[in-house]
Design a binder for this molecule. Structure first.
Ligand code: HEM
Length: 379
């Protein structure tokens, strides 16, 4: 009687099987190592971008790696229905949607002087009745300094504080701008628009383009902005020397009643670039007033509800989609790394955001300005 043929697996020799398993392990380990950037130390990874933010701003456990100094706000968006023809997102149907927001200034230092930077930011999380969310992080400039994540990284490297002065080396920034002329319109805009005296009297812009999807499935390229009801006033000289005027002014304003903005949606013409945040669209583009954003309460970011929110701009409800702007994916990845680091630090140290015991009294002087009375943050 002839022996039946062995099943195919039985014919593979044991050392060969072990070698195959080993090869799979090596490939997987290599994949992880590549993703982490260990095999290609020169390749730009999200970790490298966030590490460079930390190099520039310092590591402040439990705080965002950029836009570290800020405060939480709460209110709602009253939609008038005007944008519903462009987007089927429930937030644009007539009615009210609760909003959890955060005002901030850029940089990694949670106790930086408010007057030290010309940019203010406003992040919003709209939560629709169906549970879907629209998250957006806006700055007070209608355009950005760079149009690729690589340039963003190079700009971070160029603006690393010089250990001798504690400030960026102007020669390095000059060289960056010479090599990246796309930065010029942003710098010119900043020069022509002094920062506002408060968070409440500034406009804020999505900067990046997005796509609104209407009920028939048609896509409309848009950018959005919130325009304040409170008239703009520039930061004054007294404020320039004050560490914490932005949150104090806002708290005072809110005592007198809610603060409002109009949500304006700008619709692109087919020729307008959607992948380049350094380019503004022509001023005559169609603009729709979608409703009123109302902010009623503020709280510190150490115990306010915005603390553990990741304002990832690609978290969008049905009816809004990211555009082809390469900054959007890079932002999403970087915000996730920053969020993971800061929430891990919170988990490891339950006392991180608790007020510290009162320090011995020191006479007023430059040292006493290192702690923010508004945020309770430590230096
Ligand atoms: C490649 C480009 C960019 C990178 C790598 C980057 C990186 C970051 C990081 C790491 C954070 C902290 C996130 C967190 O821990 O929650 C942050 C916050 C923020 N960024 Fe960016 N950013 C970029 C571009 C932009 C642009 C174009 C805008 C403006 C539209 C912007 C607006 C903001 C705002 C408003 C916040 C604060 C969000 C909050 O209050 O929680 N960023 N950014």
């Amino acid at each position: 009687m002839t022996k039946p043929p062995s099943p195919p697996t039985a014919r593979i020799c044991v050392p060969c099987r072990l070698a195959a398993i080993g090869a799979v392990v090596v490939v997987l380990a290599g994949g992880f190592a590549y993703t982490a950037g260990w095999l290609t130390p020169k390749r730009l990874t999200t970790q490298r971008i966030v590490n460079t933010l930390e190099t520039n701003g310092g590591v402040h456990p439990g705080y965002r790696r950029n836009h570290a100094k800020g405060l939480c706000v709460e209110g709602y968006f009253d939609s008038n229905g005007n944008a519903a023809s462009l987007s089927k997102a429930a937030v644009f149907a007539p009615g009210r949607t609760p909003v959890l927001g955060r005002f901030a200034i850029p940089g990694g230092n949670p106790v930086a002087p408010d007057g030290s930077v010309p940019v203010r930011s406003f992040a919003l999380q709209f939560t629709q009745a169906d549970g879907q969310q629209w998250r957006t992080g806006m700055n007070n400039t209608p355009l950005f300094i760079v149009h690729t994540p690589q340039q963003f990284y190079q700009q971070l490297v160029a603006s690393k504080p010089d250990p001798a002065t504690g400030k960026p080396d102007p020669a390095k920034m000059k060289a960056f701008v010479a090599a990246n002329p796309e930065a010029r319109p942003f710098l010119a805009w900043l020069k022509a628009h002094p920062p506002s005296s408060g968070f409440d009297n500034s406009a804020y812009y999505s900067i990046n383009a997005f796509n609104f999807i209407d009920a028939s499935g048609n896509s409309h390229a848009v950018r959005w902005a919130v325009q304040p009801d409170t008239p703009y006033a520039p930061m004054n000289d007294a404020q320039k020397g004050t560490v914490d005027f932005l949150s104090a002014d806002l708290a005072q304003r809110l005592q007198a009643g809610p603060v409002k903005w109009h949500l304006l949606v700008t619709v692109a013409a087919p020729t307008d670039p959607t992948d380049d945040a350094t380019l503004q669209w022509p001023a005559e583009r169609q603009q729709i007033d979608a409703g009123t954003l109302v902010i009623e309460h503020a709280s510190s970011q150490e115990d306010g509800a915005c603390r553990d929110v990741n304002y990832d701009p690609t978290i969008l409800p049905d009816g809004i989609r990211p555009s082809n702007d390469p900054l959007l994916a890079a932002r999403s990845a970087a915000y996730a790394v920053s969020f993971n680091r800061r929430t891990r630090e919170e988990a490891l140290d339950p006392d991180l955001h608790r007020p510290k015991p009162a320090a011995p009294q020191t006479p007023p002087g430059p040292q006493s300005q290192q702690t923010s009375p508004q945020t309770g943050a430590r230096s």
